[in-house]
Design a protein around this ligand. Sequence first.
Ligand code: CO
Length: 427
Amino acid sequence: MSGDKTDAADEPEQVAGNGLLHRRLFLTQGLTLAGALGVAGQASAQTALPKRPDWMTRQGAGLSGYGQPSKFEEGVKRLTGQPNPLFPSVGSTRTPLEKLNGMITPNGLHFERHHSSVPDINPDAHRLLIHGLVRKPLAWDMSALARYPMTSVIRFIECSGNSGAAKRNVPQTSVGQIHGLVSCSEWTGIKLSHLLDETGLADGASWIIAEGAEASSMVRSIPLETALDDVIVALYQNGERIRPEQGYPMRLLVPGCEGSVNVKWVHRIKVVSEPGDSRDETGQYTDLMADGRALKYTLLMDVKSLITHPSVSMKLAQPGVYEVSGLAWSGHGAIRRVEVTADGGKSWADAELSGPVLPKCLTRFRIPWSWTGGPATLASRAIDDRGNVQPTHEVAIARYGEIGAYHYNGIQPWAVAQTGEVANVRM
Ligand code: CO
């Protein structure tokens, strides 16, 4: 019951054009709003509930060794593209961002990118070797690694090719299909700096080259400064051992850097004086510029955000108040602010950041919006704590050129039509 209502409470003040409401409205006026929203029929729907639904009349499922989602959530799956008929195990699957909420990606829905396929690694036979410009080369087996102090961090991983389709086209698919090569987990493992302390570093050491144990051996170079900072040899993901498709039994976590340097199935790390210029960082994962030259080692993922609810291919049932929510992240640091527009960029309002707001981590943002039933263009713009601002489409294209497929972080607008249908548009 909302008790004494004032006119002000009945009609919440807009903070930006076309119906954006104050970010804390749901906290301060939630009940009033629910009443004022015209969720008419709520009371009668409640009295219409069957007194004893079917599932209350008999015994259900019993205990299980490993829990699974409800069968009613069967449609919540990773999204696959068009598989290559010759190499069906090569390619990527995407996180269905439009079907999730919060900041953590369930392990089974973390995006995949495989350059050959998922190796079937027996952890007892797996070793991690560190050699090259070190005082003492060392190799660890799983039981040796398990004795080290571990550290846990919540960090995103984003493929540098994420959102490439939005750079080139305006696909009317789903936010997961367009932008789902990003996921976020709690990663637990051993700081690489501990292991490098133990091998010691020889003169001239300035990069590491990490190699995966899959058939195509992903090889990526990482500056030593980064390797000694926050890189982890990760063994656990969201509390359980890393899934095979995420690098079982171990992967590198290189916070904020493009997905492919977070080398999965890592088994060799060579300390060197210069980057390796491997196939994986010359034939791809470079940024081809208009003059024909390519930028190499553009490792950090830039500041970015997207509205996931509502988003392309959804349909709003009727006018009224909705929560506009989405994800923001930056490889440079923490998200400081997310602004949302409902009028195609004419006016912006600050969204609420759902904590915890962590560096190099997905951050959920939320803002209430009163949709009058007229056309609207929604979009979000993120700003990180280094002052980086998410660019418009034009600015993003100008930065890395029109040819390249990597590092696209332009603002993503969604148009809501009078029918309630949501479409992908440029703004
Ligand atoms: Co790059």
